[in-house]
Design a protein around this ligand. Structure first.
Ligand SMILES: [Fe+2]
Length: 222
């Protein structure tokens, strides 16, 4: 009730103009000086930066393993490209820590740790050289991308709330790249991998193995 009362008493324009007032303590615009000091929200924001820094660093280690397990060239290239992009995300985070006046410390991200473990088991459970494995790798990568999209989306919003619009802009670039990576993975899956995977049968692999051993002496049989 109280909240409703106060919002009725303040016009939207007045609220915006008050929020944009230049801070007397920092000289920055966009929020009030008190909020730019060490608020609990700012502390939480830095902790979440430490979490995503760990996640990105873990991903740089994991992606090459996933790349090595792919079947198609297209997916392998997309993952290689994302390694480069992920390294840039780490650079940006380090830049953001600098802007926040906080050390670029990584804190173990349990969510990414779990997603990586799942990705490893997906690779182990599918057969080498199949489209099914590629479909599984794409799924594992997209779970990772969606986690990162959720994290960066929230971080951009939090950065704005604590008045760090320049930080929000940097994290927004990463957010856009994560979304792009997710779309690329969807396109690759839809292009032919999923369909090819749908046609693969359990017996196919055994037959392939037999054909390979017999090819040398007897050739193909029908
Ligand atoms: Fe990333």
């Amino acid at each position: 009730m109280e909240r409703g009362k106060s919002s009725k008493g303040t016009t939207g324009a007045a609220k915006i103009s008050r929020a944009n007032k230049r801070s007397p303590t920092t000289g920055k615009t966009g929020t009030m000086g008190k909020r730019e000091s060490n608020s609990l929200l700012k502390e939480f924001f830095v902790e979440q930066l430490q979490d995503i820094l760990w996640a990105e660093k873990a991903l740089v280690q994991e992606l090459p393993k996933m790349q090595g397990a792919t079947t198609t060239e297209e997916l392998a290239e997309a993952i290689t490209e994302h390694v480069t992009v992920t390294k840039e995300h780490i650079n940006r985070l380090e830049q953001v820590f600098d802007m926040m006046g906080a050390p670029a410390k990584a804190k173990k991200c349990e969510a990414m740790n779990g997603l990586i473990k799942e990705a490893q088991s997906i690779i182990d459970e599918t057969d080498e050289g199949t489209a099914t494995r590629d479909a599984a790798i794409i799924m594992a990568c997209q779970k990772v991308e969606h986690y990162e999209i959720a994290t960066y989306g929230s971080l951009v919003q939090l950065a704005r709330t604590i008045g760090m619009n320049d930080v929000a802009e940097i994290l927004g670039q990463t957010l856009a790249e994560e979304k792009e990576a997710d779309q690329v993975l969807s396109q690759i899956a839809e292009s032919n991998i999923n369909e090819e995977g749908a046609n693969e049968q359990k017996g196919d692999l055994e037959e392939d193995d037999e054909n390979q051993t017999e090819e040398g002496s007897e050739g193909e049989e029908d």
